[in-house]
Structure formats: C-alpha cells, structure tokens
Design a protein around this ligand. Structure first.
Ligand code: AHG
Ligand code: MN
Ligand code: MN
Length: 335
C-alpha cells in the first residue's frame, strides 16, 4: 500500500484479501475513525469548548471521571451503535455491556474500548488517546452478554489506538502488521504515514512509575535496579527513563523508537484486591496485538498477554511490553 493512501482505502484493500468479505468490517473501522476524529477535535479545542475538568462522577473502577471520559464514551456509542456493524459494545466507562436498541441493526462484531486513555493528562495538555479491540460476535444472538466478550486476545480480529498528540495518529492492526496513519486536519482524513512498523529488539529506554518502587516484586526491582546501574552494572550500558502516564503515548514512543513499558503488579495494588492497574480487555490486549504485530512482545511477566482467558470485561493485569529482548529478560527474572 502506498504511503499517503487514506485509511478508508487501506481498509478496503485489506478486506479484498478476505474472500466473502461483505464490507461490514470496513464500515466498522470507518465508524471508529469518525469517532476518533470527533474526539480529536474536542481534545484539540479543549478549554475553548469547555470540555476539560472533572465530570463529578465515578466509573465502575472507582475512578473519578473527567468530562472528556464521558463525552468520548458517548461519541463512540453514537458512532457505533446505529450503523449495523456491531452487536454490542463494552467500555472502561460503562459498568456493563452496552446493548443496542431493539430497532438497531445488528452487525457481527463486538468492540471493547477505552474512550480516553491517560485522562489524568487531559487538563495539563499532554497526549491522551483512545484504545479499541474488535472481536467477532457469536452468531445468532441478538444481545450478546458479558460472557460473549470474554475471549483471549488471540481472538481479536483488529485492534488499534488513536493518539491525540501534536499530531493525531491512528495505529491499526488486523493481524497483518501494524500501520500508522496521521490525521490531516485540513481535509479530515487519516493518511498512511508508516507501514509495517518494526520495534527494535533491543533498547536503552524504560518506562515505569518509579514512585511505586517500594511496592514492586523482586523480579521487577531487580530489572530496574540493573538498568539504573548503567554502564558499570551487569547490563553494561546506560538507560534512559520516560513516564508519560498515558499508555497510548508510551506505546507510540515504543513503536517509534523501541523501549520497554511496565505497569507491574505490586503490593499496593494487591492490597486493593486487584490483579494489576491496567485493564486486560481494552488496554493490555489491544496493545499486545499491535506490539506483537510490530515484532515486539507483551506479557504479564509470567505469560503471554493474549493467551489469558478473561474472567471479567474490567479485569486488571500486570503489563510488560515493548522491545522483544527486554520483555524476554523481565519474563526470565519472573521465572
Ligand atoms: P485511564 O486514563 O484510561 O484510566 O488509564 C490510565 C492508565 C495508563 O494510561 C497509564 O499508563 C497509567 O494509567 C498511569 O498510571 P499512574 O497514574 O499510576 O502512573
Ligand atoms: Mn486507559
Ligand atoms: Mn480511560
């Protein structure tokens, strides 16, 4: 596919490779792109249109919702629930599965999404994003239930994110590599700017919230400690550190120049009775698919992310992702 082709054209061409494709998948990804363009516009206008600040409500995870968390969630529902491409939706900002209205046409896909990732950054004008994961809906069921969403990440038919940074970029995989599209704001199209992205296997850059250091488990402590010792330590090279607190921005950096990102399980998280900070189904799994398709790896530290069997749509997991050799080293320390 040539650089500069539109996202829509790219999806149509991708679909041509599947015999019997009906265009429904193309329609679905188009709906997602429309939603992301709308969110991008609001993120960009910010205070000018009064969308910053807190909503004054909590989501099912007990987190304070930002106005833009709620607005972005509504934009996604609006863009996806009426076009006949999906059978049901699930999101970070909704306790239960979102069922379509009785009259709405059902499509054959399920979409899980994090409408605004990194929303603690929204009021300080730092990159945020949207993450999505697409699964096949079970055939012949009018209103898929929660159980129908609980598929391992290997069942995803597509995954992507849109990062609202200095440029708005959509990063997408349908299982045939990872491709990046940049939004041309003047004519409102995502254009292919990087095809078949490859994450370097080695890196000298790590991302972790080091304020949690005293709560980490020994394998994570060991890994970071060795990085910090730099040239004089067992790694024999100096490392650099980044922490943006927007997973989308973090993954985007890693796709661009390599790196390792970790949000491990720690004693503070365990004390809350949780299995991690990030959510398996709309954060970890879609990012795992994107990263693996770019030659990187994503694990919980103990197993490959995409082979986990989810127990709940809001399940939390430890995450280690990025440059393959570093992820492998962290896994080795866990063994
Ligand atoms: P969300 O804004 O969707 O709740 O996700 C935020 C996530 C993730 O993007 C980021 O890596 C992490 O939370 C930041 O956590 P800390 O604030 O603990 O650093
Ligand atoms: Mn998130
Ligand atoms: Mn979010």
């Amino acid at each position: 596919m040539y650089i500069g082709t539109t996202l829509t054209n790219f999806i149509i061409e991708t679909q041509r490779q599947f015999e019997g494709a009906t265009g429904e998948f193309t329609g679905l990804l188009n709906d997602i792109a429309v939603a992301c363009k709308k969110i991008s516009d609001l993120v960009n206008k910010g205070d000018l249109v009064g969308v910053l600040g807190t909503a004054g409500s909590e989501n099912v995870q007990g987190e304070q919702q930002k106005k833009l968390d709620v607005i972005s969630n509504d934009i996604f529902i609006e863009a996806l629930a009426h076009n006949g491409h999906v059978a049901a939706l699930a999101s970070e900002e909704m306790d239960d599965v979102y069922h379509l209205s009785d009259e709405a046409h059902r499509g054959k896909y399920l979409v899980l999404f994090d409408p605004l990732d990194g929303s603690s950054n929204i009021d300080v004008n730092v990159s945020v994003g949207t993450i999505f994961s697409v699964l096949k809906a079970p055939a012949g069921i009018k209103n898929p239930r929660k159980e129908d969403f609980l598929k391992p990440g290997t069942e995803q038919v597509a995954a992507g994110y849109c990062v609202y940074g200095p440029s708005t970029m959509m990063v997408l995989t349908t299982g045939k590599g990872t491709n990046m599209f940049t939004l041309d704001r003047d004519f409102g199209e995502f254009l292919l700017t990087h095809s078949h992205v490859q994450i370097p296997e080695d890196t000298q850059e790590f991302a972790i919230n080091a304020s949690n250091m005293r709560f980490w488990e020994p394998p994570v402590k060991r890994y970071i400690d060795e990085c910090l010792q730099g040239k004089d330590g067992p790694r024999g090279k100096d490392f650099n550190m980044r922490w943006i607190a927007s997973m989308v921005a973090e993954v985007h950096r890693i796709l661009t120049r390599g790196g390792v990102f970790m949000y491990p399980l720690d004693s503070k998280i365990k004390a809350k009775g949780q299995g991690g900070k990030l959510r398996l189904m709309y954060e970890a799994n879609p990012m795992a698919f994107i990263v693996e398709q770019a030659g990187g790896a994503c694990t919980t530290g103990r197993e490959r992310m995409m082979t986990l069997s989810p127990e709940d749509i809001h399940q939390r997991v430890p995450v280690v992702l990025g440059s393959r050799n570093e992820v492998e080293r962290v896994s080795e320390y866990h063994r």
